[in-house]
Ligand binder design. Structure first.
Ligand SMILES: [Fe+2]
Length: 290
C-alpha cells in the first residue's frame, strides 16, 4: 500500500502565474492590523500586475533588486535616497495631493522636501534671513488670509531657501552660517508678513547616487526650479506646506520632483530699493479644518 505524500494543498491551490495574487494575499492572517492587510494586499496586486504586464525578465528583476539595495545603502541621516526616488517618480507629490485636497481659493500644498529643519530662529517681521551675504536680495511680503479674505493673526510662517550657490545651509555645514536663509515669522492682527531673503536659484537634487543615475538613464535632468519654501500654520486652520516659484525659471515646466503648481508661481519684480533688488508679493490663504 502506498501512502499519500501529496499533503494538503492550500485552499487557493498552489502558486501559479495565473493565481499568484490570490495565493500570496490568502496568507495574510485573520488577526492582523486591517489597514496593513489592505495596503499590503493592494501592493502585492499591483506588483504582480506590473511584472506580468511587462513580462519582467530575471535579469531585470535582479537589476531592480540591485538598484533598491544601492538606494538603501547610500542613505544616511543627512541623505535620504528613497525619498529622492519617491520624489522623482512623482509618488511624493501624489501622496501630498491625496492628503491635502483644499477648497477653491485656498493656497495649494506642495512637497516639503528634504531640507526643512525644525527650530529655525523666530525673527522680527521684516528681518533679513540671509546670513552669508550672497545673492540678489529680495523682499518677500504679503498677507495670511482666511477664505473670506480676513487677516489671520498669529500665523507662524517658517521659511527656507537655498543660497545663491544653490545649496541649503544643512548641505554645507562648514561653509554656510547655521540658519542661513531660514527664519520663522509670526503675523500680527493685520495678517501681514515680510522678510528679506534672496531671489532663490534653481538647483539639482543630489544626483551622485542611484537616483541621479536613473534620471540620467531616463534622459531627465535633476533640477528643481527656483523656489522659496513655506510652512504656514495657525490655530484652527489646516497646515500649509508649500513653495512659491520664480516665474521665469527655465526648469519651471520640468521640475524633477513635479512640485510646481500654476497657482504657486509668484511675481518677482525688480525693486531697486537700496540693496534690495527684487520684490515678491504673495498672499497665503488658509482653509479651516473641516
Ligand atoms: Fe527646495
Amino acid at each position: 500500500m502506498t501512502s499519500d505524500t501529496s499533503g494538503k494543498a492550500p485552499a487557493t491551490g498552489y502558486f501559479t502565474e495565473d493565481n499568484s495574487v490570490e495565493v500570496v494575499n490568502a496568507r495574510i492572517g485573520g488577526n492582523v492590523d486591517a489597514r496593513l492587510a489592505t495596503v499590503l494586499a493592494c501592493l502585492v496586486k499591483h506588483l504582480h500586475t506590473f511584472a506580468q504586464e511587462i513580462e519582467l525578465t530575471q535579469e531585470e528583476w535582479e537589476l531592480g533588486i540591485g538598484f533598491l539595495t544601492r538606494t538603501g545603502q547610500i542613505c544616511t541621516r543627512e541623505r535620504q535616497e528613497f525619498i529622492l526616488l519617491s520624489d522623482t517618480l512623482g509618488l511624493s507629490m501624489l501622496v501630498d495631493a491625496i492628503n491635502n485636497r483644499r477648497p477653491n481659493g485656498a493656497t495649494e500644498n506642495t512637497v516639503l522636501g528634504p531640507f526643512h529643519v525644525e527650530g529655525a530662529p523666530v525673527r522680527a517681521m521684516g528681518e533679513r534671513i540671509t546670513l552669508d551675504g550672497k545673492g540678489d536680495s529680495c523682499l518677500f511680503l504679503g498677507r495670511v488670509l482666511d477664505l473670506d479674505g480676513n487677516p489671520v493673526e498669529g500665523a507662524r510662517i517658517d521659511v527656507w531657501s537655498d543660497n545663491a550657490d544653490g545649496y541649503y545651509d544643512v548641505q554645507q555645514p562648514n561653509i554656510q552660517p547655521k540658519w542661513n536663509n531660514r527664519g520663522v515669522f509670526v503675523t500680527g492682527p493685520d495678517g501681514h508678513y515680510s522678510f528679506i531673503g534672496i531671489k532663490p536659484v534653481s538647483y539639482p537634487i543630489p544626483d551622485d547616487g542611484p537616483v541621479g543615475k536613473m534620471l540620467d538613464q531616463l534622459g531627465r535632468h535633476p533640477y528643481r526650479p527656483a523656489h522659496m519654501h513655506y510652512i504656514v500654520q495657525a490655530q484652527g486652520y489646516q497646515k500649509l506646506v508649500t513653495h512659491t516659484f520664480v516665474g521665469d525659471d527655465p526648469y519651471l515646466d520640468s521640475d524633477t520632483v513635479f512640485g510646481v503648481k500654476k497657482t504657486l508661481v509668484a511675481p518677482f519684480e525688480p525693486a531697486a530699493d537700496g540693496d534690495i533688488l527684487w520684490r515678491s508679493d504673495f498672499d497665503f490663504v488658509l482653509a479651516r479644518f473641516e
